[in-house]
Design a protein around this ligand. Structure first.
Ligand code: SF4
Length: 435
C-alpha cells in the first residue's frame, strides 16, 4: 500500500499518484489525479462515477456568514463560540469528517458538554449493536481479495454503495496464494431487481440469485442460520424462496474453504434490522465450527467509520454519546440527534458536513451553526455558516477504511484558501475559553 504523493510537477500541471478516494468506505488508493494550470482536477479512468463526481467538483470560494451576512472567519468563529458557550445542551451532529476533524470535535464536545451523533448512525448502529451484544467474526478487504472462494451477498448489489468492490476485491487478477479468482462463486440472497451484473465471473459464470423483499430478510436469514445449525424447517418456502434452495446454499457454505458473507447495514431499512445482522454474524460463527468463514460489513460514507473509531478510542464509545455530564455516556436512543431536535432537548446545534454539500442540517428551532462544504445551500439560513475544505481534496487527512483495520492518508490536491474543519473547531474551542 502506498501513500499518495506528487510524481510530476511542471509549470502547467501536477500529477498525484496512489491517491485515496474518500467518496465511499472502500477508500480505493490506486487513483491518479492531475491538476491542470487552472486548478481543475481530473481523475484517471480506472475509477467509478462517484469518485469522478467527488474529485471533479469545482472549488467554491465562499466566505463565512453570520445571519446570512458575509463575515470574516474570526467573527464567525467568535459568534459560534458565543452560541455554544450560552447553550446548556449543545448538540454536534452530521459529523461528516475525517479522523483529524473528529479529534478536534471530541475536544470541543468535552469543553462544551456536547452530545455527538453522526448522520449515518441510523444504519451504523445496526452493526454496532451486534458487536456490543454478541461480538462477530469479520475480516478485511485484503483477506477477501486473497482467499474468498464463495461470496454470499445479503440484501444488496454492493455496487450501489461501493462501486469498485468486485473489480478490486473479487475479480482481481492476482492473489497472494495464486488462487484462480475466475472460479470464485457469488450468491445474492434477498432484495429484488438488484444489479447483479458485477457478480458475473470473468469466465462468464452467472451468480446464483435468490430474491425476496428486503423486509423478508429477517425470516430468510433466520432460516439460513437454522439450516447451518442443522435444524429441520417445517416449511416448503420462506419468503418466496424454496427451503430446498436455502438448504443448497447452506451446503455450499459448509463445503466452501473460505466463504465470506457480506451486507450493507444502510440497505436493511426495516425495523430491528440489527437482529438480521445478528442472524448473519451468528451464521458465520456457526460455519467456523467446521470450515472457515467471515463476515464483511460494507458501505461507509461521510466518514462514518472514521468518526466512530475516533470517538471510541477517545471516549470509549462510538457516537450517540455525550459529554454533557462531564464524562462520556453512551445511549443510542437518548442521544439520537433527530429525536433530541424533535423534542427540543438541545439549545444549540452545530452541524458538520465536509464531504457533500447536499447533507444540510435538519430544521431546528435551536440556534444553528453549520461548518461544512462551501457549496452548501440552505432552505433555512443558519445563524453561522463557516465553509471549510474537503479532506482529500483541499487538505490532507486520515480515514479509516470500511474494514476498520486500515487507515489511509488523504492528500491535499488543489490550492484552496478554505480552512480545515479541525482548524476551525480548534479556534472555536479556544474562543469558548475567552470571557
Ligand atoms: S469505489 Fe468508492 S472509494 Fe473506490 S473509487 Fe469509487 S467511490 Fe472511491
Amino acid at each position: 500500500m502506498q501513500s499518495s504523493g506528487k510524481s510530476q510537477t511542471d509549470s502547467n500541471s501536477t500529477i498525484h499518484e496512489h491517491v485515496a478516494c474518500p467518496a465511499c468506505g472502500l477508500l480505493c488508493d490506486d487513483l491518479t489525479v492531475s491538476r491542470n494550470a487552472s486548478g481543475i482536477l481530473e481523475v484517471s479512468p480506472n475509477t467509478c462515477a462517484r469518485s469522478v463526481q467527488f474529485f471533479q467538483r469545482p472549488l467554491v470560494d465562499t466566505s463565512p456568514r453570520i445571519a446570512d451576512k458575509s463575515s470574516t472567519l474570526q467573527e464567525a468563529i467568535a459568534k459560534a463560540a458565543e452560541i455554544l458557550k450560552k447553550a446548556n445542551q449543545p448538540l454536534i451532529a452530521g459529523l461528516g469528517t475525517e479522523v483529524q476533524g473528529m479529534r478536534a470535535v471530541m475536544q470541543l464536545a468535552d469543553r462544551t458538554g456536547a452530545t455527538l451523533d453522526h448522520m449515518n448512525s441510523y444504519s451504523t448502529l445496526r452493526n454496532t449493536l451486534v458487536v456490543q451484544n454478541s461480538g462477530w467474526m469479520v475480516t478485511t478487504l485484503t483477506e477477501v481479495r486473497n482467499r474468498v472462494d464463495l461470496l454470499l451477498i445479503i440484501g444488496t448489489d454492493i455496487v450501489s454503495y461501493n462501486p469498485r468492490f468486485f473489480e478490486r476485491t473479487i475479480w482481481n487478477s492476482e492473489t497472494m496464494f495464486d488462487q484462480d479468482t475466475s472460479k470464485r462463486e457469488v450468491v445474492y440472497l434477498g432484495g429484488r431487481g438488484l444489479d447483479t451484473s458485477q457478480g458475473i465471473s470473468p469466465a462468464g459464470v452467472k451468480p446464483t440469485v435468490l430474491e425476496c423483499d428486503i423486509e423478508q430478510l429477517p425470516d430468510v436469514t433466520a432460516a439460513l442460520r437454522a439450516l447451518i445449525a442443522g435444524k429441520q424447517l417445517q416449511a416448503d418456502s420462506v419468503a418466496d424462496i424454496p427451503v430446498a434452495e436455502l438448504a443448497k446454499l447452506a451446503e455450499r457454505l459448509q463445503a466452501a474453504k473460505y466463504s465470506v458473507v457480506t451486507w450493507i447495514s444502510s440497505a436493511f431499512d426495516f425495523p430491528y434490522a440489527e437482529l438480521t445482522v445478528q442472524n448473519i454474524t451468528e451464521t458465520v460463527i456457526k460455519l467456523n465450527e467446521k470450515t472457515r468463514a467471515s463476515g464483511l460489513p460494507l458501505g461507509g460514507s461521510e466518514g462514518d467509520y472514521s468518526v466512530n473509531q475516533t470517538s471510541t478510542w477517545i471516549s470509549g464509545y462510538p457516537v450517540r454519546n455525550s459529554l454533557q455530564r462531564g464524562f462520556p455516556e453512551y445511549d443510542p436512543w437518548q442521544f439520537d440527534a433527530e429525536r433530541m431536535l424533535d423534542n427540543g432537548e438541545t439549545d444549540a446545534l452545530l452541524w458538520i458536513s465536509c464531504f457533500q454539500p447536499e447533507k444540510t442540517p435538519p430544521a431546528s428551532a435551536a440556534p444553528t451553526i453549520v461548518i461544512g462544504h462551501a457549496a452548501m445551500q440552505f432552505e433555512h439560513e443558519p445563524d453561522v455558516f463557516i465553509p471549510v475544505g474537503t479532506p482529500g481534496l483541499d487538505h490532507a487527512g486520515t480515514m479509516f477504511r470500511i474494514d476498520s483495520s486500515v487507515t489511509l492518508p488523504l492528500a491535499g490536491l488543489r490550492k484552496s484558501a478554505l480552512p480545515s474543519l479541525a482548524a476551525v473547531i480548534d479556534a472555536i474551542e479556544a474562543a469558548t475559553q475567552l470571557d
